[in-house]
Design a protein around this ligand. Structure first.
Ligand code: PEP
Length: 253
């Protein structure tokens, strides 16, 4: 059975002290209030990871993710961070292919395929982001656009590898804009993604893959989004910066 996950993407926010305070508050509230069957993941800036790792190690419900990683194993790549470095501080997940990285840092589907490979080879779990721009949505080509992202970055994987990937469908027009996809729009795309996975890997593998929704999710709309059968949780940006909001989203299940 697939896992339900709510991951908070802090992006480039919070000083170290602020981040440690936020992580401590989240872990305390999650431990007290959240069901065992929902996994919380904190996706912090690199600088915070090793200290947040100590805070989440006291919880069986809260895990730790990086927001990016190098596609190279080690060496002369100034400014980059490797999978082995993340493993050495107990990171379990890595966001790959967030639309901000695709847009501002020109990450391509081929480069993301290489990042997916090195993350899986290190026994970490990619949270692989996909999603279309407003222009693509308005042209009606959003399903083809998103399935092409999946095909070019993920479809070289074996079934066993694919089962370790979490997918996050994040329509770019909904990220940080306050415009949320309706729950029907989210369900339609999640179902399309799952059917596409089934066409390559079979229905039982597709049924075991967690597909998160991301884009202006908040406590007020999460219950409706999470009520949809193919929406298995969320990747949360802005609302993950306040412990109470993030935990209330987790509690939407
Ligand atoms: C995100 O950046 O992954 C995201 C979903 O952001 P927000 O929730 O702020 O739209």
């Amino acid at each position: 059975m697939r896992k339900r996950i709510v991951a908070g993407n802090w992006k480039m926010n919070k000083t170290l002290d602020e981040g440690l305070a936020l992580a401590t508050e989240v872990v305390n509230i999650v431990n007290d209030e959240v069901n065992d069957d929902v996994m919380a993941i904190l996706c912090t800036p690199f600088v915070h990871l090793s200290q947040v790792a100590k805070i989440v190690s006291g919880s069986e419900k809260v895990f730790l993710a990086a927001q990016n990683v190098s596609e190279h194993a080690s060496g002369a790549y100034t400014g980059e961070v490797s999978v082995d470095m993340l493993k050495s501080i107990d990171v379990t997940h890595v966001i790959l292919g967030h639309s901000e990285r695709r847009e501002y840092y020109h990450e391509t589907n081929a480069q993301l395929a290489a990042k997916v490979d090195i993350v899986l080879a290190g026994n970490l779990n990619p949270i692989f982001c996909c999603g279309e721009s407003l222009e693509v949505r308005e042209s009606g080509n959003h399903a083809a656009f998103v399935t092409n992202q999946l095909e070019e970055s993920l479809f070289h994987l074996s079934s066993a590898e694919m089962l370790n990937v979490v997918i996050a469908y994040e329509p770019i027009w909904a990220i940080g804009t306050g415009v949320t996809a309706s729950s029907d729009q989210a369900q339609e795309m999640h179902k399309t993604i799952r059917s596409f996975l089934a066409s390559k890997y079979g229905q039982s593998v597709a049924d075991d893959i967690t597909i998160l929704y991301g884009g202006s999710a908040k406590p007020s709309n999460a219950p409706e989004l999470f009520s949809k059968p193919d929406v298995d949780g969320g990747l949360i940006g802005g609302a993950s910066l306040k412990a109470r909001d993030f935990v209330d989203i987790l509690k939407s299940y």
